[in-house]
Write a protein that binds this ligand. Sequence first.
Ligand SMILES: *Cc1c(COP(=O)(O)O)cnc(C)c1O
Length: 381
Amino acid sequence: MPPIDNVPLLDLRREPELDLALEEAFRRVLRSGHYILGPEVDALEAECASYLGVSHALGVSSGTDAILLALMALGIGPGDEVLCPTYTFFATAGTIWRLGARPIFVDIDPVTYNCDVRALAGRITSRTRAIMPVHLFGQAADLDPILALAADRGLAVVEDAAQALGSEYKGRRVGGHGAFGCFSFFPSKNLGALGDAGLLTTNDAALAERARILRTHGGKPKYHHQVVGGNFRIDALQAALLRVKLPRLDGYTAARQRNAALYDELLLASGQAARGAGDRPVLLPAVVASRHIYNQYVIRLPEPGHRDRLRAFLKDRGVGTEVYYPVPMHEQACFAELGHRLGDFPHAEAAARQTLALPIFPELRQDEIRHVVGSVLAFFA
Ligand SMILES: *Cc1c(COP(=O)(O)O)cnc(C)c1O
């Protein structure tokens, strides 16, 4: 084997054996003449509902639209407040804002990077309507205290499960714990479409019906509108393509978990790393929930400047990395009027400076992982 000089963060062309089945699905949709909703979408929804153990699943246009639709179905709008972590992908907060509601940020737990549940209660006001935990990087947020607090205060829980399809909390898949679960099929997620797509889940029949109506402009019957919805539909073509990959999802996840285990093993054996927290230059992901699906494998370099220098060093050795996320929501210019300042959420701010995602995609080879680890250790040597 030639020496490795390039390990991409993500390579979506490493499963060519699937091409024939995907082409077959494309031909099936092409020839059906049915391109919006219909049998492929119905089938994907049923298969996803069964996979997740929820009663209702709706195929939607993206993970972002899944969140937007969830908040719309809950009637969230101007004057309302929704609690969410400040360390997340933009869509979590952007959707709240787009509805005229106010995102109320909370800090994260420095070990799991998920919402600090102890910080939530203090941020609730008479205007709070919902809590939106994010299952960041594929590991479930600590849902029990969140659900208990929400029940006690009469709030809805909307799970941003965009990175967490198949992730479990205490043995139960995420997406069915709160009022709604919101998933993304963005190509880099564990189950990726060949374009944009998402899924909205719920166990509440009335909420499912409301979301279904809002998904097609709010018309029921067609062309008669009690409410204003939008076009939030998944393409029949994406549904058909996703159905080819869904049976392989547990295989993808197992491969990601094996990759993570090899990173853990090699880095821990080097003596340079500790899991979660500790006095080492590299901190590894801590697994606290019952099934971490490793949408991302994110390490932390606590020493000031190390993260950016390591990232540049790895780039020189052909190793692709990414920073998820360099700017927490409370520091975003578009949310300036919320009046936050640097220092408001120190754990999120530290994570934004110190974390780095390494390649973890399912088809990553062992020798590539060894090259990545060798390169990380060379940096510290
Ligand atoms: C990917 C992602 C989304 C948005 O999903 P899209 O399908 O890209 O719209 C929302 N929240 C989180 C946490 C995500 O990672």
